[in-house]
Design a protein around this ligand. Structure first.
Ligand SMILES: NC(=O)C1=CN([C@@H]2O[C@H](COP(=O)(O)OP(=O)(O)OC[C@H]3O[C@@H](n4cnc5c(N)ncnc54)[C@H](OP(=O)(O)O)[C@@H]3O)[C@@H](O)[C@H]2O)C=CC1
Ligand SMILES: O=C1O[C@H](COP(=O)(O)O)[C@@H](O)[C@H](O)[C@H]1O
Length: 534
């Protein structure tokens, strides 16, 4: 076992980011006193269950490393990887090494040393997910670390990250609850999506976990809530006079929330085929974005006030009309060895949601997601109604749009009609553009998982899904999903690398979305900035 004390640890969080460490006091939950809110100081044990898996190596460990290298984690931290696979500490460390990026490390330090120090903080324990003796051993290891790195009276902290298929959650949770609960401070458990397959299975899972942990201890992660531009949504909407008066049915013609990937299932077909694109992306990531776009202003930024508003807007969503749903599967999906030959799982879906309230009545919200499409991007596109009295004859040019590009190359831009420069009075499409890589050149945008793990350590549940939110989201999607599961909707084939089924574009046009012809936003290059300043 490889736990060792570190001599040359990064500075504590207060030294590096005082604003971040202080700001959370009003937003935390009631399971800890205020004085414990700082991330720095105090023994912290992070247990990654499913440490041998894909998510753990690509996201969980790198996110913890990113926090560590910037000084957000205390020196008295240790990470325990747990899974069934037989591996030594050293083998796990080698497996992870290539995923740890050396950016954002204090230039006074050797990045290799920092990576080495971090890897030395990882211990691996192998055992079954239903083996009591292995969880007793895990608890002993954690307790040993706590005794070594803490005095007898200070509180300690235990974070369990379930990087596992949800089918294993109940087994593991029972054993954490029985053998591994912290007797000297908080215990928190992060669970990954998908939280169930429909309303019934999700409620069953929630009840099982709810019997073992309180809502304050459970962190249902949806990593889209950790993305920079998603976190910017409430600020944009509620801190800008530009938007406050126009964010409603009187001005907005349609809203699109789009997720596209330019690759297929890539060996994750076994998982994906059981769920499909609606359960994988739309029911969680895209509906969460919709909530932040459409909810009313919360009383405050406290997690409960925000989540109360999200639940309210979800409860106003009307049942789906099958005529406003397009589902598809890319040709070649079934060539993946891990996908059954007769699969009818959708890899593409575009569906229209209607919110039955005073602000949004009549405005279509189009949620579109697909794998193996023509590009990789995620964006929000708010299209405004035409300006009345069209003296410039610009309706043909296109409508005003406010676009938030979540990825790649984070940006916000407003598509506007302007006078084409020159002697003629001609209208043309242009944009006000705030591209992050240009505007914030020295800032590295944190990974979503990085923020959310930090929030968990701080006890801030604002960006996590509350149980009632989850239930209402499943209530919205379950009837449609059951109709799709029994083949009631036509599954349209589409070519890999295409825009998806043409029927989806037709649906957009039918519900009133108007494409701007001949205009394409291009992220500005840094070179162009230099020129324009001359
Ligand atoms: N990978 C990704 O990009 C994303 C994943 N997620 C979610 O994160 C969680 C983990 O995903 P991911 O890492 O991809 O999953 P993996 O399939 O890689 O599983 C993680 C680990 O769990 C164990 N495991 C796998 N299948 C089973 C099984 N049937 N019964 C018991 N143990 C099993 C394996 O460890 P061992 O055999 O060593 O015990 C495996 O290494 C899932 O809930 C997934 O939906 C969410 C977003 C993105
Ligand atoms: O949750 C998931 O998200 C990823 C896409 O995440 P991103 O941050 O890279 O956009 C997706 O590939 C995967 O199918 C899904 O489970």
């Amino acid at each position: 076992m490889g736990a060792t004390a570190q001599k040359d640890a990064p500075p504590t969080v207060e030294a590096v980011a005082p604003a971040l460490s202080e700001d959370t006091s009003e937003r935390t939950n009631s399971d800890q006193p205020i004085k414990e809110k700082s991330v720095a100081g105090g023994c912290l044990s992070v247990v990654v269950l499913g440490a041998s898996g894909d998510l753990a190596k690509k996201k969980t460990f790198p996110a913890i490393f990113n926090l560590y290298k910037q000084g957000f984690l205390p020196d008295e931290m240790h990470i325990f990887g747990y899974a069934r696979s037989k591996m030594t500490d050293e083998e796990l460390r080698e497996k992870l090494r290539g995923y740890l990026k050396p950016d954002r490390i204090d230039p006074a330090k050797d990045p290799e040393d920092v990576i080495k120090q971090f890897l030395n903080k990882i211990t691996y324990i192998h055992g079954a997910y239903d083996a009591d003796e292995s969880f007793i051993q895990l608890n002993e290891e954690v307790s040993r670390h706590e005794q070594k790195r803490s005095d007898d009276v200070s509180p300690t902290r235990r974070l369990f990250y379930l990087a596992l298929p949800p089918s294993v959650y109940p087994l593991v949770s029972k054993r954490i609850s029985k053998h591994c609960m912290n007797q000297r401070g908080w215990t928190r458990v992060i669970v990954e999506k998908p939280f169930g397959k429909d309303l019934e299975s999700s409620e069953a899972l929630s009840s099982e976990l709810g019997a073992l942990f309180s809502e304050d201890q459970l962190y249902r992660i949806d990593h889209y809530l950790g993305k920079e531009l998603v976190q910017n949504l409430l600020v944009m909407r509620f801190a800008n006079r530009f938007f406050v008066p126009i964010w409603n049915r009187d001005n907005i013609a349609s809203v699109q929330i789009v997720f596209k990937e330019d690759f297929g299932t890539q060996g994750r077909g076994g998982y994906f085929d059981e769920y499909g694109i609606i359960r994988d992306i739309i029911q969680n990531h895209l509906i969460q974005i919709l909530c932040l776009l459409a909810m009313e202003k919360p009383i405050s930024l406290s997690p409960e006030h925000i989540r109360d508003e999200k639940v309210k807007v979800l409860e106003c969503i009307k049942p789906f009309n099958d005529k406003e749903v397009v589902i598809g599967q890319y040709e070649g999906y079934k060539d993946d060895q891990t996908v059954p030959n007769d699969s009818s799982t959708p890899t593409f879906a575009s569906l229209v949601l209607h919110i039955n309230n005073e602000r949004w009545d009549g405005v279509p919200f189009i949620l579109k997601a697909g794998k193996a499409l023509d590009s990789r991007k995620a964006e929000i596109r708010v299209q405004f109604k035409d300006a009345p009295g069209d003296i410039f004859k610009c309706k043909k040019q296109g409508r005003n749009e406010f676009v938030m590009r979540l990825q790649p190359k984070e940006a916000m831009y407003m598509k506007l009609t302007v006078k084409e420069p020159g002697l003629d009075m001609r209208a043309t499409q242009s944009e006000l553009d705030m591209s992050y890589h240009q505007r914030y050149q020295d800032i590295v945008i944190p990974e979503a998982y990085e923020r959310l793990i930090l929030d968990t350590i701080r006890g801030d549940q604002q960006h996590f899904v509350r149980r009632d939110e989850l239930r209402v989201a499943w209530e919205i999607f379950t009837p449609l999903l059951h109709r799709i599961d029994v083949g009631k909707l036509e599954l349209i084939p589409y070519k890999e690398g295409s825009r998806g089924p043409a029927e989806a574009d037709e649906l957009n046009a039918r519900v009133g979305y108007r494409r701007t012809e001949g205009y394409c936003w291009k992220p500005p290059t840094l070179q162009a900035v230099g020129n324009s300043r001359m």
